[in-house]
Write a protein that binds this ligand. Structure first.
Ligand code: UD1
Ligand code: PEP
Length: 417
């Protein structure tokens, strides 16, 4: 199994370009099952998760052609299977997002139940609540979930939590349902808006995406379109923290700054200087090692997907920081790994109390999930000596060319087999 080795690096300098967003690309690829004509997607990041979802689409009868530079062509005119193979589903939770499109297009869908993962139990009750409200029968048995409904009919659905995945799955199921569906307390993440924009280009009638109430009027059929995936706000935030933690001065390109307001605000609170200019942000980190408190929340709050990276920064900041994780119940697996590197962190329920230390030391650690892996790379950049990170397949799920991009900024990072 390959490992990533990170050595103490100089302050980062230069320019880094952010790739298309994983969390937009995955639902949009799933939604491609709804179209009956050619769909061309651009700016799709090169990631393990994208490889897996493309395999899922092919296994269902869609034609998927991949080109250099993040372009993918999909044609789902001959969609002919409603069941996804367990081996593919078990590789990635987001493959559950094919349920909504399959159900509404074929009248039936069956996938293995996505299990829990390192960051929490990650139930799917809200997805199923939505499908049921649209008239589907749900059958959960022997580790599989099946949904049946020849004729879905729109309804009003209140989500008990603004779940990103449930909002997406229900929105996708509703686009071909009869009449109007309203999702209340819907997730408002930029990736929901990107999915709604994509579906609208296919011919769907969706209003209110990006607010807490989304209205979908079902249409008979969807066609094809050309769509570019929005930039990855979490990848952008990760490089911004890399500049802050190393005391660097970098420009992050291909950023929609309104999507990363909480990250910009919190970095400024640490003392980091940030200049916004169109789709670029310059991040000057020389004074950015001051402790701040962080509380993760659904968008537009501080993203849970940036919590681990901020914890690395707080580990070497002046003072004490309280980091509260409200979105996932178990997203502190990186704490033990950071402690191996000398961080001083205590967990109390959903809070982590981080007492900044003067320096970290390189160690052998493992990426317990995607963002935990990114956090360990960030910690490795300023730790004395060498940090060797195991289980890097987690990192490959969500960071397009991370070693290459960091190396270009002057970081000492490489992969070993
Ligand atoms: C592929 C993708 O887009 N992944 C993102 C998506 O994950 P995902 O869509 O899985 O996250 P959700 O917003 O659904 O989950 C948030 C919370 O809702 C709970 N919940 C969710 C569904 C459900 O049916 N019942 C339920 O209780 C979860 O357990 C969790 O505590 O949003 C998360 C929250 O911003 C991000 O961390 C992930 O990177
Ligand atoms: C939790 C994440 O992703 P996923 O939902 O794909 O596991 C993430 O991107 O940090």
């Amino acid at each position: 199994m390959s490992k990533i080795v990170v050595e103490k690096s100089p302050p980062l300098k230069g320019t880094v370009r952010v790739s298309g967003a994983k969390n937009s690309a995955l639902p949009i690829l799933a939604a491609s099952l709804l179209g009956t004509e050619d769909i061309i997607l651009e700016d799709v990041p090169s990631l393990r998760d994208v490889d897996v979802i493309c395999e899922v689409l092919s296994s269902l009868g869609a034609e998927v052609q991949r080109y250099e530079g993040g372009k993918i062509k999909i044609n789902s005119a001959n969609l002919n299977k409603h069941e996804t193979p367990y081996e593919l589903m078990s590789k990635m939770r987001a493959s559950f997002l094919v349920m909504g499109p399959l159900l509404t297009r074929l009248g039936k869908a069956k996938t293995s139940l996505p299990g829990g993962c390192a960051i929490g139990t990650r139930p799917i009750d809200l997805h199923l609540k939505g499908f049921k409200a649209l008239g589907a029968d749900i059958d959960v048995d022997h580790g599989y979930v099946a949904a049946y409904g020849d004729k879905l009919v729109g309804d009003r659905i209140y989500l008990d939590f603004p779940s990103v995945g449930a909002t997406e799955n229900i929105m996708m199921a509703a686009v071909l349902a009869e009449g109007e569906t309203v999702i209340d307390n819907a997730a408002m993440e930029p990736e929901i808006v990107d999915l709604a924009n994509f579906l609208s280009k296919l011919g769907a009638d969706i209003k209110g995406a990006g607010t807490s109430s989304i209205r979908i009027n079902g249409v008979e059929k969807l066609g094809g379109c050309h769509h570019s995936v929005i930039p990855d706000r979490i990848e952008a935030g990760t490089y911004m923290v890399a500049s802050a933690i190393t005391g660097g001065d970098i420009i992050v390109e291909n950023v929609i700054t309104s999507h990363i307001k909480p990250v910009i605000a919190k970095l400024r609170e640490t003392g980091c200087e940030i200049w916004e200019n169109g789709d670029k942000v310059r991040v000057i980190g020389k004074n950015s090692r001051n402790a701040v408190d962080v509380k993760t929340l659904p968008y537009p709050g501080f993203p849970t997907d940036m919590q681990a990276q901020f914890m690395s920064l707080m580990s070497v900041s002046k003072g004490t920081s309280v980091i509260i994780e409200t979105v996932f119940e178990n997203r502190f697996m990186h704490v033990d790994e950071l402690k191996r590197m000398g961080a001083d962190i205590k967990i109390d329920g959903r809070s982590a109390i981080v007492q900044g230390v003067d320096s970290l030391t390189g160690a052998q650690v493992k990426a317990t999930d995607l963002r935990a892996g990114a956090a360990l790379i960030l910690a490795g950049l300023i730790a004395d000596g060498q940090t060797t990170i195991d289980h890097v397949y987690h990192i490959d799920r969500g960071y397009d060319g991370i070693e290459k991009k960091l190396t270009k900024l002057g970081a000492k990072i490489y992969r070993t087999e």
